[in-house]
Design a protein around this ligand. Structure first.
Ligand SMILES: [Zn+2]
Length: 401
């Protein structure tokens, strides 16, 4: 049973329905301890009961080489995520902030790296440091090309299986909106070894088959919002698989787009409603809010106001039949979609109950992450400022050693 801490403080104007269960944002990116105050206000203003904070693997991305704060190499934001957990659990209680840690992929691109790439071993290390789950971005087409690793690589299958044994879910970003591969899209002209959309889908089915005891979460509805029957097949075939609702413009238009309403007589929103009802225990709410450095070229952070807006628009999209505009900065203010008007039971499942089904209670955030952090920072030259920032927060929760 998930305790509900904030029900009294929930701002009813933010929510389209009177929710009875816990309220959990299962997909929040964190990477800048200077923004911990923003994250705290986010939790307070929404009255969230729990939060999943996601790191990102940065080796092989532009962020690893050109972080404006000069903290290269970043590798990932695992330390920042652990710091935020420590800070917020003082308010929400132990076990209510779930951290999803990333793999250290330096050995994949640096032939002189002192240790071989062993993600199964890393799963155990992350578990020992208090992470609840694994976050992977290695299914993002450019990153997959840069790292040269498929999602069903035998070493990753071992890692997923180990995570499954430890009760850790594995959240994997796979692909991108299918339009990105069109001739005028992001991957329209061949660039390096960018995998095709279909190759990424094949990898997804393969990894689910090969690590069938692991709970997988595929964010953004696995970029199959345009093909819900196919997504339904995946969920039917693999009972431990869930998807999350971290949105994108693609997603709102594919599920409830105004153009679809006009040209198909509203059939697509009806299909989306049916899908959400049929799989209401397999869909997790998440906003994809970016509490990241605001000046990072790879993925600039978004403001507190914008992150709150994402939350509100996504809940209204799900719970009402209101016409909405894109919650994304610069995406315009034209009406984009009509909400799905999902029922109360479906909403209660999506907004929090399902999260309790994928996160085991046994990982309660009682572990001391400092040995892991010491080890990590010792492998990064000139990480003093970043290390001090992280340890200042972590030390709030543990006696000095
Ligand atoms: Zn995300």
């Amino acid at each position: 049973m998930i305790p509900i801490h904030h029900e009294a403080s929930r701002n009813s104007s933010l929510f389209p329905l009177d929710l009875q269960g816990p309220l959990i944002d299962g997909h929040v990116h964190f990477g800048d301890l200077g923004r911990i105050g923003d994250l705290e206000r986010y939790v307070d203003q929404l009255g969230l009961d729990q939060l999943a904070l996601l790191s990102l693997p940065l080796t092989g991305t532009s962020a690893d080489r050109s972080d404006p704060a000069g903290r290269d190499p970043l590798v990932h934001w695992n330390p920042e995520v652990l710091g935020a957990k420590m800070y917020l659990e003082r308010k929400l209680g132990k076990g209510n902030i779930h951290c999803f840690g990333c793999f250290d992929n330096r050995a994949l691109i640096n032939p002189n790296f002192p240790e071989p790439w062993n993600p199964a071993y890393q799963v155990e290390t992350l578990y020992g440091a208090g992470f609840s789950g694994i976050k992977m971005w290695e299914g993002k087409p450019e990153l997959q090309a840069a790292l040269g690793i498929n999602l069903d690589d035998p070493k990753l299958i071992d890692a997923y299986s180990r995570a499954g044994e430890l009760g850790m879910p594995v959240l994997i970003h796979v692909a991108d909106p299918v339009e990105f591969w069109n001739t005028r899209g992001v991957y329209g002209s061949p660039k390096g070894h960018i995998p095709a959309f279909e190759q990424l889908m094949e990898q997804t089915w393969a990894l689910c088959r090969k690590a069938s005891g692991t709970r997988f979460i595929f964010p953004h509805l696995l970029f199959l919002a345009h093909d819900l029957p196919r997504l339904g097949k995946l969920l039917d075939e693999f009972p431990l698989v869930s998807v999350d609702l971290a949105p994108g413009n693609y997603f709102f238009t594919a599920l409830g787009g105004i153009e679809n309403l006009n040209s198909h007589g509203g059939s697509q929103p009806r299909r989306a409603q049916e899908f959400f009802s049929a799989y209401s225990d397999r869909i997790l709410f998440g906003t994809d809010s970016f509490f990241l450095p605001m000046d990072l070229p790879l993925l600039p952070g978004t403001s507190l106001g914008n992150n709150l807006e994402r939350f509100i628009r996504l809940t209204h999209f799900l719970g009402t039949e209101d016409v909405g505009v894109s919650p994304y900065p610069g995406a315009g203010s034209a009406p984009l979609f009509r909400g799905l008007g999902l029922g109360k039971d479906v909403m209660n499942n999506i907004m929090g109950m399902n999260f309790g089904r994928v996160i085991p209670e046994k990982i309660e955030g009682k572990k001391d992450p400092r040995p892991y952090l010491d080890m990590f920072f010792s492998s990064i030259p000139e990480s003093g400022k970043r290390k001090d920032e992280v340890f200042t927060i972590i030390n709030l929760g543990y006696p000095k050693v």
